[in-house]
Design a protein around this ligand. Structure first.
Ligand SMILES: NC(=O)c1ccc[n+]([C@@H]2O[C@H](COP(=O)([O-])OP(=O)(O)OC[C@H]3O[C@@H](n4cnc5c(N)ncnc54)[C@H](O)[C@@H]3O)[C@@H](O)[C@H]2O)c1
Length: 337
């Protein structure tokens, strides 16, 4: 039985407590938050879970095997560092840290301490995303020509990070996971409309070595909740709509071809193919439950998590490059491989 502590009981932390509590191989022993009202609320929901306002108390508790950190992003690095130094397996929410340097330091520390370090890239554990990876790997879509991701809604405005660091980590982690490839460069444009200097609408472009590219539109300033990704392949096209309750994935047998050669304008015709739409069956499982179970399995077996520190670092590399691009008028920023 592994004893878990969850640090940060705001919006997301309680979901971690609920999911870890539902797993038989672990016990949520301790919940930590500086806000006493949040802890009082946790006590009403989970009377068996101890609470503390002091992170040091979590670190000092020898019975705690692992710490899940769901505090604001600016605190991730210091807390994860202390957690690993205290000998605790560590799950950090996305994005894992505020810089590449911090992420690398955490990876090194976890390696030296021989501890599991996992990042909360929750979508990597979702049934639709796992299905999409399988479909892409099987060649059903052909060669992926481009990916378009849109994650839009009204709020929740963050005070310390812009929308790139808040919403784009989800789409970036999905794109890296399904393609198993990192981009060579990044562009990012955006604008702060509500709070000065905190961009609430951004557009990121990821450029891949094979000529493929992906666009990521992130917004806290949109009337509709949109969670949509389109994967356009040379053979078929796939649309993933996470807001859709049942048919989250739709595969369209649609494509367009240009004629290989032509002599006159009259001979030039694009060839459009319109075929069936197919929506594959998806098991209904909560992604966060799969993620929490995977964390426990990795601790027990010593295997590298699917969303390891290295995967977290790749996302932060892109976020850092996107930030640099954003501050420089959208210029292309190379990603060091
Ligand atoms: N994986 C996902 O799908 C997902 C979804 C939402 C949020 N998140 C991530 O979860 C993290 C938290 O986001 P949120 O929306 O819950 O934020 P939030 O502001 O609602 O909650 C953060 C909590 O941390 C507490 N806190 C602040 N400083 C602390 C300290 N020193 N010690 C203990 N507790 C402290 C705050 O009091 C607050 O209750 C972020 O990293 C965010 O990116 C992940």
């Amino acid at each position: 039985m592994l004893n878990i502590a969850v640090v940060g009981c705001g919006y997301w932390g309680p979901n971690l407590i609920r999911n870890f509590s539902s797993l038989s191989e672990c016990k949520v022993k301790l919940a930590c938050d500086v806000n006493k009202d949040r802890l009082a609320h946790m006590m009403t929901l989970y009377p068996g879970v101890e609470t503390t306002t002091e992170f040091d108390q979590v670190l000092k508790d020898v019975a705690i095997d692992a710490i899940a950190i769901a505090t604001p992003v600016r605190l991730h690095f210091e807390m994860a560092k202390k957690s690993l130094q205290a000998g605790k397996h560590t799950l950090i929410e996305k994005p894992m840290a505020c810089s590449v340097a911090e992420s690398e330091e955490l990876i090194e520390l976890a390696k030296n301490q021989n501890l599991a370090l996992m990042v909360g890239h929750t979508f990597v554990y979702s049934q639709p995303v796992r299905k999409i990876k399988g479909i892409i790997n099987s060649g059903t879509l052909g060669e992926i020509q481009y990916i378009s991701a849109r994650r839009l809604n009204l709020g929740l405005f963050q005070k310390d990070i812009n929308v790139v660091w808040d919403l784009a980590p989800h789409d970036i982690s999905i794109i890296l996971y399904v393609q198993n490839e990192v981009p060579v460069s990044v562009n990012c444009h955006g604008k702060a409309h509500v709070a000065p200097e905190i961009e609430d609408v951004t557009n990121i472009t990821l450029n891949f070595a094979n000529g493929g590219y992906a666009t990521i539109h992130s917004s806290w300033l949109d009337p509709n909740k949109v969670r949509e990704m389109t994967f356009v392949g040379t053979k078929k096209m796939l649309v993933y709509d996470d807001v859709e309750p049942m048919e989250k994935i739709k595969i369209y047998d649609k494509r367009v071809k240009t004629p290989p050669h032509y002599n006159t304008f009259a001979e030039f015709h694009y060839s459009y193919h319109y075929g069936d739409m197919h929506s594959p069956y998806l098991e209904q499982v909560e992604p966060l439950k799969v993620e929490c179970q995977h964390f426990l399995d990795c601790i027990r077996t010593g295997t590298k998590p699917d969303s390891s520190g290295i995967e977290g670092l790749k996302v932060v590399q892109i976020l850092e490059a996107a930030t640099s691009s954003l501050k420089n008028g959208g210029r292309r920023v190379k990603i060091s491989q």
